[in-house]
Design a protein around this ligand. Sequence first.
Ligand SMILES: Nc1ncnc2c1ncn2[C@@H]1O[C@H](COP(=O)(O)OP(=O)(O)OP(=O)(O)O)[C@@H](O)[C@H]1O
Ligand SMILES: [Mg+2]
Length: 396
Amino acid sequence: MRVTHLSLTDFRNYAHAEVPLQTGANLFVGRNGQGKTNLVEALGYLSTLGSHRVSDDKAMIRAGEAAAIIRARLEYNGRVILAEVQLNRAGLNRAQVNRSAIRTRDLPRYFSSVVFAPEDLALVRGDPSGRRRFLDQLLVLRTPRLSGVIADYERVLKQRNTLLKSVRGSGAKEHQLSTLDIWDERLVGLGSEIIDERSELVRLLGDPLRAAYRAVVDEDHGPGLLESLSIFGADDDAGATARADEAHRHSPDTADDRPRPTGTGTAAVFREALAGIRRKELERGITLVGPHRDDVVFMLNDLPAKGYASHGESWSFALSLKLASAELLRRDSASGDPVLILDDVFAELDQSRRRRLAEAIGGYEQVLITAAVLDDVPEALAAHTIHIRGGAVVDA
Ligand SMILES: Nc1ncnc2c1ncn2[C@@H]1O[C@H](COP(=O)(O)OP(=O)(O)OP(=O)(O)O)[C@@H](O)[C@H]1O
Ligand SMILES: [Mg+2]
């Protein structure tokens, strides 16, 4: 798929912008702080309803304004689709497709993109929550129905936690325990589906991750992904090394010696884990096992990347992971390639890796790239260059 035109109104530092885009590479160039990332952030928002930089939508509304509008003309399968979202400072955001209102949360069904930005280094170095978010976002892009399952799980989790808190201290009464049993069943039902879906996704990402890493880095550092599941006793509070030992490795040369959680198996393990930890949960007043406590450990050279990998290695790992996501999406999507967005990537890479990355992304229908320095980007990607200055598209 591709974006043929982007319109912004009161988005970040843009009062108004009309940006025509082409098939293939589009390069946004301009000095620091001019609005390059803002442009691609707007498109990222259309496909994920989130920003790679902030969790609060309001930061994206131009200072002093009440609302921002992102509108994109998309083309795929010979169809033209006009997708639009309005971010409101007060009240709910609103979305439209072809000028008819739709539920905002359905917007990502129409547009798929993969963004890689400097912030993604946190995927490797940061907390498990970022990695869970990464997996869940990709799950929803691949299977939109799962956004409902994830939202339901979060609601059940919240309600279960509220019950656990109310029981804490006062001692559980009979009727509270039977209510807890009901929440447990819902938690297990929804949670097992999420665990299984993530598990399958981690398995699927393995090969494209290794291929992307090899393509960009040109060295075999054996990147891999290890699931670390709380229903098997992995602890969200423990260190990455401990988790790596416990988890099973999704690499063709390492045999799985533990039962993989599939189908009803996951639910049974989950149920058992909840029973085993109930006393502790009643003491602490929170739910201690489930997909909200899981992690996926990134491995490089047989060590967890977090805490061991160099800056450049961590960066290449995060980039490869995003390229692998794009590869999975393009493989299964009925609407063609996702739009690949690379924010400030080339400045971080040496000449040979720049060239290799350019080759690796050459086959994508559309790629959007930002760079402060034109010369950092291989010439093959600079045929369509858009100059940005002070929140406006300008002539060179
Ligand atoms: N809500 C907002 N209202 C007005 N201006 C904003 C808003 N949010 C961000 N800005 C401005 O946008 C500018 C940053 O734009 P952006 O992050 O796109 O820069 P950039 O061109 O990507 O720069 P760099 O090369 O440093 O990454 C800053 O000057 C910032 O003050
Ligand atoms: Mg930027």
